[in-house]
Design a protein around this ligand. Structure first.
Ligand SMILES: *Cc1c(COP(=O)(O)O)cnc(C)c1O
Length: 483
């Protein structure tokens, strides 16, 4: 038996590569990363996927050199589809990828500290809870509030909705009479979370919006009165602080008033918009957010972190705990009254990535100043585009609250939707910038979403220039087809 064990050990020890091997892998990966970042401005924001995009490296018994892996990643992953790291990414909600976040991830993976339980790693949990409390403070939440670092906004919203459901005692028998209020502009992950949380059969009231696509709170009030009169159970309202389509912020203060009056759980989806609170001039738009019961906010959007970090903030931590903790016999060593709440007791996860480090490292290394400046810059770039687009013959949507806006070309063409679709296709084929579109109340709009930390005036000018050429191009095509 000993011989066999020794034999196995020899092979198994390959999993702990010696320093020399680590050095060479580190160097190769670093060179790849440097090349990527140093040439980011030359890389497209959108690349047509190659006709043969099939992966070529099979998982086999023997390992391969790093070089092969990087070549595979370069050709099959990093040069196809949307490039979220590009400053030209102006579609959907752009992501980030500030460099120190990668270092945080690297360290978290190398040391593999367990951030699920305070008992297992007090330091890691302290870091995560400190980050959560910092965000709570940003919202104006009182001391004692907490929440959880999740993988993204969808899970953050799910945790809040689950907590609201249990806190308000919406059990199976009550679901059919339970009412949730939101607008048609709420992010679809809210409906998805409602369904996952067993509230798929609850009543959803879509409250109409005003000309700024913000919730019409008069209509909300009327609906609440009506629903209460009918013996239904209004229990939750979801406000948006930065909608995906237009970046609109609902009148949070007025929603808070109605929530108090009708005893609703007030949840705010600030996944996209929340971090704009770091800009003093914008604070007023968020008035009332501190009166909500829970907030979802995405550091992988507004804090320019790479994908994989959303946060839920909750005032009533006991309610969050009651919904998410579970006692198991094999966990008995961890159960005590610790100084800090454990993430595992406040979310569906047990074993989790120590994702706090990827947020903590950039905040510590850069300080807050550059984040505030970048966020303010994004808002101004959006306003700049809003003006310039009008000068170039585009119709625009409402004055943007934050850094997302909608526009479409005013055209004599019979089918103006088709014309604008062609514009988006042109921009995509060009690839230097990437724009996405949406349909609101049956009307086709092109969206501009400025949120990449790499988007500056250069990219906005480039986008305007490409659009101008696109308009000429599509007009020409149409003239030809008319002939
Ligand atoms: C992005 C977004 C979400 C979803 O968050 P993920 O991080 O993609 O899961 C929810 N709501 C809003 C407003 C968003 O912009």
């Amino acid at each position: 038996m000993n011989d066999k064990i020794q034999q196995l050990e020899q092979l198994a020890r390959q999993l702990e590569p010696p320093q020399q091997q680590r050095d060479s892998w580190n160097a190769e990966v670093q060179a790849y990363a440097d090349d990527f970042i140093n040439h980011i401005e030359a890389l497209k924001a959108y690349d047509e996927p190659p006709t043969d995009g099939q992966l070529s490296l099979a998982i086999e018994e023997e390992g391969k050199p790093m070089e092969q892996l990087l070549a595979e990643i370069r050709s099959k992953v990093d040069r196809a589809g949307i490039n979220p790291a590009s400053g030209g990414h102006l579609g959907y909600v752009p992501g980030g990828g500030v460099f120190p976040a990668a270092l945080g991830d690297y360290l978290a993976a190398v040391t593999n500290r367990y951030a699920g339980l305070f008992f297992a790693n007090p330091g890691a949990v302290r870091i995560e809870n400190e980050l959560i409390r910092w965000m709570c403070e940003l919202m104006g939440y009182p001391k004692g509030s907490l929440g959880n670092l999740a993988s993204g906004g969808s899970i953050a919203n799910l945790i809040a909705i689950t907590t609201a459901r249990d806190f308000r005692g919406i059990k199976a028998a009550k679901v059919a009479k339970a009412v949730v209020y939101l607008t048609g502009q709420a992010h679809h992950c809210v409906q998805k979370a409602l369904r996952i949380a067993g509230l798929g059969e609850a009543i959803i009231r879509y409250i109409p919006t005003d000309e700024y696509f913000r919730m019409d709170t008069k209509r909300l009030h009327q609906q609440l009165e009506m629903d209460r009169f009918q013996g239904l159970e209004p229990f939750m309202v979801v406000g948006s602080a930065g909608t995906t389509d237009t970046g609109a912020i609902d009148p949070l203060d007025e929603i808070a008033n109605l929530s108090e009056q009708f005893g609703l759980w007030f949840h705010v989806d600030a996944a996209y918009g929340g971090f704009f609170l770091l800009v003093d001039e914008l604070k007023d738009k968020f008035r009332g957010i501190g009166r909500s019961d829970s907030v979802a906010i995405d550091p992988h959007k507004g804090l320019f972190l790479p994908y994989g970090l959303g946060a839920v903030l909750i005032k009533n931590v006991q309610a969050q705990y009651d919904s998410h903790y579970y006692k198991a016999n094999y966990m008995q060593d961890a159960q005590q009254d610790w100084e800090e709440a454990s993430p595992a007791d406040l979310s569906p996860e047990l074993t989790k990535h120590f994702r706090g480090l990827r947020m903590w490292a950039p905040l510590q290394l850069f300080g807050l100043k550059p984040f505030r400046a970048a966020l303010e810059e994004k808002v101004m770039l959006c306003r700049y585009f809003y003006q310039k687009a009008q000068e170039s013959g585009f119709e625009v949507g409402p004055d943007p609250d934050l850094s997302i806006m909608i526009f479409r070309y005013r055209t004599e063409a019979q089918n103006s939707t088709r014309f604008n679709e062609r514009l988006v296709e042109y921009v995509r084929r060009d690839g230097r910038v990437f724009l996405s579109s949406t349909t609101i109340d049956g009307k086709y709009w092109i969206r501009l979403a400025v949120l990449s930390f790499r988007t500056h005036i250069r990219e906005i000018e480039l986008c305007l220039e490409i659009l101008k050429t696109a308009v000429q191009q599509v007009e020409q095509e149409q003239a030809v087809t008319r002939k």
